[in-house]
Ligand binder design. Structure first.
Ligand code: NDP
Length: 290
């Protein structure tokens, strides 16, 4: 098909470099607004996952996990700058990949930059603990350490913003991170990884591995080298992830699908309450948790 020759080819982002080929399968990504093919994306294998975990573990032991908090903060500020500088490109990529209105995505890209900025600002104190005044001759205090390598599973409704919400706090806290984006919407997470490298965040701290949730996502959740999993998506998937993480007692953060009931009181201004409720339910084709 002639159009396929013009599709942008994306590799996986594995420990600081783009990796492609070697018999890995490729998925064609469509623009949902037009139905036209948009890009071809390499799918990571479980061997790629092992390699990403090894690289992340090396960073945890001797690199990022021991990088002073002030330096982590500086690099996150640089990444916030780069997301801001590339906001138009990221917006165009997200609009084409998700099929959303650019007015929505402009705000999401702004929120992504603001998220990196915020966590850059607090990273400087991420390792701080408390002094515990137990008294007597006992000196008691707490210190914070990176929890370990973090695996993050991202949905398709806010790909860049969700990736930023998960990535920024993890790397601010010194945790190397492996992201599995949704199969349909991996492009901005892959671009974000390139920007993280450009910002100077060392190789192995950020890997982005597109691939099917049922196999690659499941393998990530079960991987013994991953200490914590953060997931946003369907409640049923959250249940599977909780079960899969239980044998190795991983820490979990689950943000699951759901719509909250709206309670409209008798004295409410219906001219405001009704449109607000309709917006909350149906904004973004109804695919926002409100
Ligand atoms: P899923 O939960 O299937 O997908 C979300 C992410 O989880 C994707 O990256 C997916 O990969 C991955 N995944 C799927 N199965 C596994 C698994 N066994 N282990 C690890 N990762 C896995 O959601 P859907 O896309 O099917 O959406 C269904 C509904 O869920 C939506 O209509 C919405 O109601 C809700 N939802 C809520 C979200 C929220 O923001 N709270 C976000 C997304 C969905 P892959 O893309 O390859 O399948």
């Amino acid at each position: 098909m002639a159009v396929a020759q013009d599709l942008r080819q994306w590799g996986i982002w594995l420990a600081g470099e783009r990796v492609d080929g070697d018999g890995r399968s490729r998925a064609t990504i469509d623009n949902p607004a037009t139905g036209e093919p948009l890009a071809e994306v390499t799918e990571a294998t479980t061997a790629d996952l092992d390699a990403a975990v090894d690289a992340a573990q090396s960073q945890l032991a001797g690199g990022w996990g021991r990088t002073p908090a002030a330096e982590r903060s500086r690099l996150l500020h640089r990444l916030a700058d780069l997301v801001h500088e590339h906001r138009r490109e990221l917006t165009e990529l997200e609009v084409a990949n998700v099929g959303k209105a650019s007015s929505s995505v402009v705000a999401e890209v702004h929120a992504a930059a603001a998220t990196f900025r915020y966590f850059a600002s607090i990273a400087g104190t991420a390792d701080a603990g408390d002094a515990l005044p137990i008294g007597g001759s006992v000196a008691s205090y707490t210190r914070r350490h990176p929890v370990g390598v973090v695996g993050q599973v991202i949905p398709w409704n806010y790909p860049l913003m969700m990736a930023s919400w998960k990535l920024a706090p993890a790397i601010a806290a010194g945790c190397p991170t492996i992201i599995k984006p949704a199969t349909a919407t991996p492009l901005t997470a892959l671009r974000l990884a390139e920007l993280a490298a450009e910002a100077g965040i060392p190789e192995g701290v950020v890997s982005v591995l597109p691939g099917p949730g049922s196999t690659l996502g499941q393998a990530l959740v079960e991987h013994p080298g991953i200490a914590k999993v953060a997931f946003t998506g369907a409640t049923e998937t959250g249940v599977r992830i909780m079960q899969a993480a239980a044998p190795s007692m991983k820490r979990l953060t689950l943000e699951l699908g759901g719509k909250s009931p709206n309670i409209i009181c008798a004295d409410a201004d219906l001219s405001q309450a009704v449109p607000s409720s309709v917006w909350a339910i149906f904004y973004s084709a109804g695919q926002s948790c409100e």
